[in-house]
Design a protein around this ligand. Structure first.
Ligand code: GRF
Length: 214
């Protein structure tokens, strides 16, 4: 049997996407979350990690240089043999040394259809507020590789979400988050199976729309 790929999840917030990735481990043998890293000691994601018995570390604290952060991150990652990093609501830029060491091995999930509604400062409710202000009929979730700038790496997969009459920021956020929780584990699974087999992942098969997810 192919061993599970050791994964690190970086998260700054509550960690519902981390939870979806942890839950997926129960039904898949593609990866194991070996480390959860946050820049905030009070992140709910760290509690979820500890509850699941995973290593939870606080790194990347304010006031330190990117070089110092990068060196410490690489140490924490290499110590656990991490091969793939999944950003799940991580609000800081990844140090260049980590991006270059993990090229096409760092994923991020963004709550809109990139390249629209992305970039520095576009996170959380601001994304959905901008989507509603623009009056688009479709939003969604995007999983992409991480590059040096926010939200710029190659797109791997997208899950569409319609804007419905009467929607507000909360209703759009909730509908998008539901799609994120299905899409992210499937994409991470897809990437990790390729990494384990030492092959290019190739295209991700689009997620089937199901009436419950919209
Ligand atoms: C998600 O909407 C994700 O797309 C974005 O940050 C949010 C994290 O939410 N990058 P959670 O902490 O996983 O609940």
């Amino acid at each position: 049997m192919t061993p599970r790929v050791p994964v690190a999840v970086f998260a700054s917030g509550g960690g519902t996407n981390l939870q979806a990735l942890l839950d997926h481990e129960m039904v898949s043998n593609a990866y194991r979350i070996a480390l959860v890293l946050s820049n905030r000691a009070d992140a709910g994601a760290l509690d979820r990690a500890r509850a699941a018995g995973r290593d939870a570390v606080v790194g990347s604290s304010d006031g330190r240089s990117q070089q110092e952060d990068g060196a410490e991150m690489l140490h924490d990652l290499e110590k656990r043999g991490v091969q793939v990093i999944a950003l799940a609501g991580y609000l800081k830029l990844i140090p260049p040394a980590v991006v270059s060491r993990f090229r096409r091995r760092i994923l991020n999930i963004h709550p809109a259809l990139l390249p629209a509604f992305g970039g520095k400062g576009m996170y959380g409710r601001r994304v959905h507020e901008a989507v509603l202000a623009k009056g688009v009929e479709l939003t969604g979730a995007t999983v992409h590789y991480v590059a040096e700038e926010y939200d710029t790496g190659t797109i791997i997969a997208q899950g569409p979400v319609p804007i419905l009459p009467g929607d507000d920021t909360d209703s759009v956020a909730a509908r998008v988050l539901k799609v994120e929780h299905k899409l992210y584990p499937e994409v991470l699974d897809h990437i990790c199976r390729a990494v384990a087999g030492d092959r290019d992942p190739g295209p991700f098969a689009p997620v089937q729309a199901d009436s419950e997810s919209v």
